[in-house]
Design a protein around this ligand. Structure first.
Ligand code: BMA
Length: 342
């Protein structure tokens, strides 16, 4: 039987998609930008020790904004925005810190603020910035809302110490806001989800992904990297796993997929890590052997992922991947049996 035009077109689309997925097999999941590192201490308009672990977002005017963690020469961190038209070079860096710790009003920020993640929330028409506030009692999760990265409405601590690596989902799930975060408990450092009606009161806490044990690359300590990516197949989460070795920790990246309407349900988790410290700027710096993304920008094709990551706690670098390839890799490299090993 001769296929109708509609059948033929849909067949062609399926074949094209299949070809694109097959093309993933020959490529690394993330490719480093040849001009890495993107931002280093010497680029800064004022004296600092280091710049790393930046949140990322595309602004309404098309600019890429990186909200960088900047460690000053006292050792404490603040956040500073860098903007660029192409997300790669010609960065315009705020001449002064964009968001400073304010320990007078927020004592939990006494030892600085670190590692921001940015989520644009259409319902609020604002960006939600979740960051680590370094209190005497340890790191906690704080939240601030902003429209323009110039003025911020602080909500203060939303998860008390010890907790970090948090990002808000961009929309309510079942009527409630959802936050992914990483408290430390007697059981270890696992990823949790919590829900809130108003971004201030949080409950219904639940573990969504456990650090594995023993010899695994992600044994003992994991945490969300950049904010979850919403795909047709689920929330795609890039997370870091820490391997403790005799000569220090290695921070590498893994992938997991969670149900769209039930983000506490893990659908797939990669067995192996898919990106780790290899380049010279990742292997040497203030903390060697660290890749630590806090943000990504999805390309206008809906598939390209520009992942911005801190390298060795000393610079900001960029690597590019494809959502299609990440999902296809997960499909053939995941083992749900490894999720619960506690
Ligand atoms: C983590 C965080 C990150 C840092 C990493 C490696 O615990 O503090 O900010 O990049 O350690 O030092």
């Amino acid at each position: 039987m001769i296929p109708t035009i509609a059948e033929k077109e849909s067949q062609e689309t399926i074949t094209e998609e299949q070809e694109k997925i097959e093309a993933c097999a020959d490529k690394p999941l993330f490719t480093r930008y040849s001009g890495n590192p993107l931002l280093i201490r010497d680029n800064w308009p004022y004296p600092i020790n280091s710049v790393f672990n930046a949140g990322a977002v595309r602004l309404a005017d098309g600019d890429t904004l990186l909200l960088c963690r900047v460690e000053d020469r006292s050792g404490l961190s603040h956040l500073c925005a860098a903007r660029s038209a192409n997300g790669v070079d010609e960065w315009r860096i705020d001449p002064q810190p964009t968001l400073m710790a304010n320990p007078k009003e927020y004592p939990e920020e006494i030892w600085g603020i670190e590692d921001p993640r940015i989520t644009y929330v259409p319902e609020l028409e604002q960006y939600a910035v979740t960051y680590t506030s370094f209190a005497r009692g340890g790191p906690g999760v704080s939240l601030a809302l902003t429209k323009d990265f110039r003025s911020f409405e602080r909500y203060g601590v939303i998860m008390p110490p010890e907790d970090k690596d948090a990002a808000l989902l961009p929309r309510r799930i079942g009527g409630r806001w959802a936050l992914i975060h990483r408290p430390m408990t007697a059981l270890g450092a696992h990823m949790w989800i919590s829900y809130s009606p108003d971004l201030r009161h949080w409950g219904s806490h639940k573990i969504i992904l456990e650090a594995r044990r023993g010899g695994w690359w992600d044994a003992n300590k994991i945490g969300l990297c950049s904010p979850p990516i919403e795909t047709a197949k689920g929330w795609l989460m890039i997370y870091h796993g820490v391997r403790q070795t005799a000569s220090g920790s290695i921070y590498r990246l893994g992938l997991a997929l969670f149900d769209l309407e039930h983000p506490d349900i893990c659908l797939q988790r990669g067995d192996s890590w898919m990106f780790g410290p290899e380049a010279p700027y990742e292997l040497s710096g203030d903390v060697e052997g660290v890749v630590f993304p806090c943000g990504q920008i999805i390309g206008t094709d809906g598939d390209t992922v520009n992942l911005y990551y801190g390298a060795a706690d000393s610079s900001v670098a960029l690597a590019t991947g494809s959502i299609r390839c990440l999902l296809s890799w997960l499909g053939s490299n995941s083992n749900m049996g490894a999720v619960s090993e506690l």
